[in-house]
Design a binder for this molecule. Structure first.
Ligand code: NDP
Length: 246
């Protein structure tokens, strides 16, 4: 068993997950980078290794629940420990409620909520064995205040907060914390196709008057997963430039 803390970061092939993986590796964790696209994962692992960090890549479709459970259990077995789980991978299938079909609802609930439950359940045992755990689920301000056209996404992200608080209550006595980090509008592929007018409107309601960067989220996740953050649990921390303040 290695002395180094072992972290799993899902959705590490780009955007927020990539920044989180790079940051946790820079902080000395061994990071297992997970997504469906092998090429970008391998590039990230090479980048981390060439700056002296430690990482490995695992491809997995997290909407395949058996595969997610096997991935988490496999990492814990391979390294003899699992300290940090960051459930970051997520999708959108936006539509107004009148037009939203069952497939759009199910895809978002399966990928953004059920897969996180499955990953947390698989991580609980190895974290209990190691008497340490930091679970971070990447939620969204849409899950806090809702968003027109995102009833599926907001329901999944809001569901994450209830899931996370319940895990925090169950596992706190085992030195395992569980928190949500809820990004506001962050510059990634997920937001790049928003019309310019919408971006300008969004900037107007953000106190800092700009969209966030993936590194803004990674900074918060680095703290929440640190050894020193053991008294922080069951929280949803909005990293949104002061957009929601609730
Ligand atoms: P991106 O679309 O840029 O990246 C999504 C990541 O998730 C990719 O690495 C993708 O990898 C992975 N992913 C998607 N589906 C699956 C799947 N079925 N199995 C495995 N991996 C998958 O999104 P962001 O970086 O913007 O978002 C990251 C998280 O932050 C998401 O949970 C999102 O909901 C949340 N968020 C983002 C906000 C924003 O403004 N950007 C705002 C609020 C929340 P691949 O395609 O290779 O599988």
């Amino acid at each position: 068993m290695t002395d180094q803390r072992v972290a799993i970061v899902t959705g590490a092939s780009r955007g927020i997950g990539r920044a989180i993986a790079a940051r946790l590796a820079a902080d000395g964790r061994h990071v297992v980078c997970v997504a469906r696209s092998e090429g970008p994962l391998n590039e990230l692992v090479s980048e981390i290794q060439s700056s002296g960090g430690s990482a490995s890549a695992k491809t997995c479709d997290i909407s395949d629940f058996g595969a997610v459970a096997a991935l988490v259990e496999g990492v814990a077995e391979e390294h003899g420990r699992l300290d940090i789980l960051v459930n970051n991978a997520g999708i959108t299938r936006d539509n107004l409620i009148l037009r939203m079909d069952d497939d759009e609802w199910d895809a978002v609930i399966d990928t953004n909520l059920k897969s996180v439950f499955v990953a947390c359940r698989a991580a609980a045992r190895p974290m209990m064995r190691g008497k340490f755990g930091r679970i971070v689920n990447i939620a969204s301000t849409s899950g806090i205040v809702g968003n027109a056209g995102q009833s599926n996404y907001a329901a999944a992200k809001s569901g994450l907060t209830g899931l996370t608080k319940s895990i925090a209550r169950e596992l706190g006595k085992k030195n395992i914390t569980a928190n949500c980090v809820a990004p506001g509008f962050i510059e990634t592929d997920m937001t790049k196709d928003l019309p310019a007018g919408v971006i300008e409107h969004i900037k107007g309601v953000i106190s800092t008057r700009d969209l966030g960067k993936p590194e803004d989220i990674a900074e918060c996740v680095a703290y929440v997963t640190s050894d020193g953050a053991g008294y922080l649990t069951g929280q949803t921390i909005a990293v949104d430039g002061g957009m929601t303040m609730c």
